[in-house]
Design a protein around this ligand. Sequence first.
Ligand code: CMX
Length: 432
Amino acid sequence: IKYRFYQKASRCSKEFQRLKSEHADVVLGQVTLGQVLTGMKGIPLLVTDTSKLDPEEGIRFKGYSIPELQQKLPKINPEGEPIPEGLFYLMLIGEIPSQEDALNLSKDWATRSHVPQHVFDVIDAMPKTSKPMTQFSAAIVSMATESIFQKAYRAGVGKKFYWDATYEDVMNLIARLPRIAAYIYRRQFHNSDHIEPNPRMDWAGNLAHMMGFDSEDIRRLFRLYMIIHADHEGGNVSAHTAHLVGSALSNPYYAYSAAMNGLAGPLHGFANQDVIFWMFEMLEDLDTDTPTDEQVEAYCKKTLEEGRVIPGYGHAVLRKTDPRFTAQQDFANKYIKDDKMVNLANQLYKVVPPILGSIGKIKNPWPNVDAYSGSLLYHYGIKEYTFYTVLFGVSRALGVLASLVNDRIYGMPIERPTSHPLSWFLEQAQGE
Ligand code: CMX
């Protein structure tokens, strides 16, 4: 896989360098003050090859939509969902892998999955009251002791070989994340009764196994979950953070730990757990498990009046229902007959968009990925929702870290946009 990646990516790397040297003056568009003041939305600033987000259609990974991936990527169980190894291969190399390619990747990650003892010691040293994402981020950064990139850099390895050491770090890091996540879960919620990995299992199946879930149902859910959360082009907070930190040639452990600190924010990956928390809060407040649409509507309005956001709804880029939401809803329709939280997630999909749409300022009243994931996890018995964002973090590594290897093989420079004081922007506005 490394050789195949090198063959493909070195061609792109030449194109990157050619664009830089021959076409640097090409104008890509205009930047408005509005874009600067609303989070730099829509400015084409980043080169990311793993996936592209269309506002109307949603995410495509190397050109493939989620339903296409569900059809084309290799599966272990023909009735189940594809294994995420196949998606990583696709994002890294740009081709749908064969069954053998995906299984070889699974084996490769299994051989790399040993987590050094000091990482567990770091987790164990933290109070149990520390949030799972705090433990996850700390565990990842503590693993920087293992960085092959850092050692290679210190040894003076040439720039054109940076990608190779980055690739090794990235593969090791991805391989170890399930063990770290499961360790945090079992420590926090199962009295540190840890479960050893099964080296014969696939990456997502093994994560479920180490968390204590061995049913085919959960493996199927985890494989779907790990695929749909894996990447969302380059500008989202976690992906952009890893790219930015990596651009300083900080090692992949530093870069990914930083990305996880961004993912932990309530406007980003924390919504994964915030949604279910808010849904339970609603049921408790309404004192019923089966609220009417009117009750749900009134509760949503109350949330908004309190100045809070409706978690799981809205998006910085999307302008339609997130296909990642739809993939999960289809999954629930297929496998879950009647479930309190799944029913409520469906009911919210009916009630929330008209309310948000009527406010006017909200650009996208439709649900995002986080509006459904918690209900599915909860249904299958993973009820400890303070942990959910860690699962998001395991998955997000696939896209973000594949991009980090690209960054280094393309020879991307340190990122350094320009800033100005507010007075400068006022002057620009007055000078119009
Ligand atoms: N509930 C209430 N208000 C919302 C809202 C929601 N779900 N979505 C957007 N708004 C508000 C914004 O807070 C903003 O208000 P102000 O002008 O008062 O600051 C206004 O509507 C305009 O926002 P926008 O341009 O439509 O959306 P942004 O790009 O600024 O924000 C997002 C996008 C996702 C942060 C926002 O929709 C949100 O807060 N959603 C709820 C949290 C959530 O689900 N996050 C997960 C996103 C997916 C992910 O990364 O995992």
